[in-house]
Design a protein around this ligand. Structure first.
Ligand code: AMP
Length: 401
């Protein structure tokens, strides 16, 4: 079966077509600047040159229309007709407490996702727009929703509740949700395959370290704790996000700087903090590492802070899991940053975590990078959220659910 995977942002749309008989990627692409001047589609049939289409695209429906045309084009396409697509898998950020797994999209599901808009005001509206546009253009194709929050729904209340008045939960659903769930789920499954052990018997700490970053404690394939919280601002230090800070800082800064608390949270803590904020140079680890090597102390501080924060979560999750069988590194930094992986793992030998410097000298490849006698195995696993979405989609459609 061929599956179309769609991930809609506010002005962008990422897509892939996968042949699920052998999990191969047939085509992928990205539409940017939807609804803004300069709309552009970058489409790539696997093994061929990029096809670029610059044409006005007022909304997601128009953008998807161009994507479907490109997919069926005799020159750049991979399909004779859209009937070849057995199902569409949609990435949706927030499903609140409603779904602990992927679901076939119905009117009720769309309503439930609309009810979650206040929890993810930037993400859920374009996700829903993408679903509706695909439904209009492909009315007979089943659609599946795959949610970033779903994998974390197995957390217990004592780990997802905040110690604030209980009514804040019952009235407004303020609790930890966690994000990047599709990635944490995918790499924990791959970790079991790589270790050749049943997932049900493994305790795994997954570290998704990219521009956005989060850790998860995964027991027997189920998430028991994760570092992102009510929003993706919490937890680890990220490219431009602060991660966890003392919440009293928000009011203090707002008063001192004469700005609103909303500005502190949505601008300063989300967009101007993290690696960018501390280094003053860039949110990209490559730039910051280069400057740190040249002697920039703030860049070195930003990297040291990042590594320490990841270490703290590893320690915390070792305790929550009563020991781990494996630690997994994934996403842009986790897959490519050899030095950062070494820095995070250094000095953890008393916890049975010992990285092998030679084996760690690798990028973007599924492999074990711990010493052969390290009690806790350290794994590098490139994430593949699109494949996970497509696999979930096939599982749901195949089950006739
Ligand atoms: P992601 O959000 O998973 O796409 O990760 C993007 C981030 O990965 C970039 O902002 C970089 O900071 C980081 N990254 C990518 N390649 C490297 C590399 N070779 N060394 C260090 N960091 C990298």
């Amino acid at each position: 079966m061929k599956v179309l995977v769609v991930n809609c942002g506010s002005s962008s749309l990422k897509y892939q077509v996968l042949e699920m008989d052998d999990s191969s990627l047939l085509a992928k692409g990205l539409v940017e600047r939807i609804g803004i001047e300069g709309s552009v589609l970058n489409h790539e049939k696997t093994g061929h040159d990029k096809y670029v289409l610059e044409t006005p695209m007022q909304n997601h429906k128009e953008a998807i229309g161009h994507v479907l045309d490109a997919l069926q084009s005799p020159l750049h396409g991979v399909l004779k007709s859209m009937n070849e697509i057995g199902a569409v898998g949609h990435r949706v950020v927030h499903a609140g407490e409603k779904y602990a797994g992927s679901v076939l999209i119905t009117e009720d599901v769309i309503k439930a996702l609309e009810e979650c808009i206040d929890l993810a005001p930037l993400h859920n509206p374009p996700n829903i727009l993408g679903i509706k546009a695909c439904q209009e253009l492909m009315p007979n194709t089943p659609m599946v929703g795959v949610f970033d929050t779903a994998f974390h729904q197995t957390m217990e209340p004592e780990l997802y509740m905040y110690a604030i008045p209980y009514e804040m939960y019952s009235k407004y659903r303020v609790r930890k949700y966690g994000f990047h769930g599709t990635s944490h789920k995918y790499v924990s499954q791959r970790a079991a395959a790589l270790l050749d052990k049943p997932l049900e018997k493994l305790n795994i700490i997954t570290c998704h370290l990219g521009n956005g970053a989060s850790c998860a404690a995964v027991k027997g394939g189920k998430c028991i704790d994760t570092s992102m919280g009510f929003t993706p601002l919490d937890g680890l230090i990220m490219g431009t996000r602060s991660g966890t800070v003392d919440p009293a800082i928000i009011t203090f800064i707002a008063q001192k700087e004469g700005i609103t608390e909303e500005q502190v949270t949505s601008v300063m803590l989300n967009k101007k903090s993290g690696i960018l904020g501390v280094s003053g140079v860039s949110s990209d680890f490559r730039d910051v590492e280069k400057e740190a090597e040249a002697g920039n102390e703030r860049c070195q501080l930003a990297l040291d802070m990042f590594a320490r924060r990841v270490k703290s979560y590893i320690g915390s999750y070792m305790a929550q899991l009563n020991g781990a069988d494996a630690i997994v590194f994934t996403a842009g930094v986790g897959e490519n940053d050899i030095g950062m992986r070494e820095q995070i793992c250094e000095g953890l030998d008393k916890l049975g975590i010992e990285i092998d410097r030679e084996k760690n000298n690798v990028r973007g490849k599924e492999t074990i990078i711990s010493k052969s006698d390290s009690k806790v195995k350290i794994l590098l696993i490139p994430t593949n959220e699109e494949l996970m979405i497509a696999q979930d989609t096939v599982a749901i459609v195949g089950n006739g659910k």
